[in-house]
Design a protein around this ligand. Structure first.
Ligand code: SAH
Length: 444
């Protein structure tokens, strides 16, 4: 279903920011502000939203950080609406930056542009997209049609992610502010990337405003041909299904591709446990790498069924077909605790985020320690453990030290094989964007 965006109250948001707005007008009702048409309100009668901010926030923005927090705003000329373009001035009333205003979020403005004033229009989005595309130039060949085109803050699109699954683009937004700009952005994406369709996915906090104000919904096909539920794509020559309309993230865990590739190279003749297996991504790579057997362990019957379908999609590959497959539907913590004898040559632990907020960090760390310990106990001699964390609240350093600490408590002297973090199509340029880390260990 495609919606008529012309109904959006914010449609006319081709925000013009002429150079004569380089300085903040002294009078609130300056004619200049009226001339600066657009912004979210899209009307010449509405004054542009102007902010003055604390000195500390000023230097944070100058250093290139894309978030302005609500408590850093010293002065604001009017309340402001979701998705409206906010212009931030420094202490000398000179233009500093501009970004998307979200009155419902502590991150009140997500910065789109800093330095000199410029228009936010189709050309602007086109340039921003081009920069993200250039970064991925040469990363993937035709055997990989699923990857991330835009990774939010780290690609200059704060709070927005764009994933590609074959001919389907999935646009996921983490602030409803983006919805005000959706018509322009969809046009730019369609023109440049020529997808079969674009699916809109919404973070939970964006849903009420999306529905009530913009008539958008989670899983809505906002451009192109409709689909029922899943789409198929290629990752290094393997076929996978992505549940783009309602699945976790944008339908698949694209962020683990590089770890999956690494697992493939280590799997020959091994019996592999894939704990928190989801749709069997690691399992298929292990099978293609020549694993003797692969056991999927997940609490969700839905995930295990998806893994089954993904194996079926690749059954013409003889090596994959030869791999013995088992599946266990259980709570991984309980299952690992109940099965402690060495019976695998490789154990993969890729749980969901165990710390969604800072207050959960300590418990998450002890859960990671416990998982690593239980995983190590299952390893036969020369076995390999892959321990992953996608909790942003647990730092790289803390996670790696936790896994090492768990390994030290076993009687076996471990060797660290590798540590990995973000894949190149998932760059993390600010500390807050870093979440993924993984450690490979082997035991004698
Ligand atoms: N490794 C996967 C992604 C894992 S996502 C990949 O590369 O695609 C996390 C998975 O953990 C989900 O499938 C979820 O169903 C599962 N899960 C969550 N809690 C669990 C638990 N307590 N025990 C087992 N599986 C769990």
């Amino acid at each position: 279903m495609c919606l008529d965006y012309t109904k959006s109250p914010l449609l006319a948001s081709v925000a013009r920011l002429p150079d004569n707005l380089q300085h903040m007008p002294k009078s609130k009702d300056s004619p200049l502000s009226a001339a600066a048409s657009g912004g979210a309100a899209g009307s010449n009668t509405v004054r542009r939203l102007r902010l003055r901010i604390s000195a500390a926030a000023e230097s944070t923005l100058r250093s290139g950080h894309p978030w302005l927090f609500a408590d850093s705003i010293r002065d604001q000329n009017r309340p402001g609406e979701v998705g409206e373009l906010a212009v931030i001035y420094d202490r000398k009333d000179r233009f500093l930056a501009m970004g998307l205003f979200d009155p419902g979020s502590p991150i009140r403005v997500r910065i789109l542009h800093a330095g000199k004033p410029r228009n936010v229009d189709r050309a602007f989005w086109g340039e921003l997209l081009e920069q993200a595309l250039i970064k991925r130039d040469g990363l993937f060949d035709s055997q990989t049609t699923g990857f991330r085109w835009i990774n939010g803050e780290s690609d200059g699109w704060p709070g927005l992610v764009l994933d590609r699954y074959g001919g389907t683009l999935v646009l996921k937004i983490y602030t409803p502010a983006w919805l005000a700009w959706l018509p322009q952005i969809l046009e730019v994406l369609s023109e440049r990337l020529q997808p079969d369709r674009i699916v809109l996915r919404l973070s939970r906090n964006s849903i009420p405003i999306a529905i009530n104000r913009f008539a958008n919904s989670d899983g809505q096909v906002v451009s192109g041909k409709p689909i029922v539920e899943t789409v198929t794509f290629l990752e290094t020559g393997l076929f996978f299904e992505a549940e783009v309309l309602h699945g976790q993230k944008t339908g698949f865990f694209l962020d683990q591709r590089e770890n999956r590739r690494k697992i493939e190279t280590m799997s020959a003749s091994r019996s592999v446990l894939n704990a928190f297996s989801f749709s069997g991504g690691f399992s298929l790579y292990a099978a293609r790498g020549g694993a003797r057997s692969v056991t999927d362990l997940d609490i969700s019957a839905h995930a295990l069924a998806a893994a089954e379908r993904n194996f079926t999609l690749n059954k013409t590959n003889r090596i994959i077909n030869a791999c013995m497959r088992k599946k266990v539907q259980a709570d991984a913590f309980e299952w690992l605790a109940a099965n402690r004898s060495p019976m695998f040559d490789m154990v993969i632990l890729d749980p969901p985020s165990l710390a969604k907020r800072e207050t959960e960090r300590e418990r998450a760390v002890s859960a990671y320690r416990r998982l690593a310990l239980l995983g190590l106990k299952l390893l036969r001699p020369q076995g390999v453990l892959l321990a992953c964390s996608c909790s942003a609240h647990v730092s790289e350093q803390e996670f790696f030290e936790t896994v090492r600490a768990a390994a030290r408590t076993t009687a076996r002297r471990y060797t660290e094989l590798a540590r990995t973090t973000h894949a190149p199509d998932h760059p993390a340029t600010i500390p807050e964007a870093k979440y993924l880390k993984a450690m490979y260990l082997t035991v004698p």
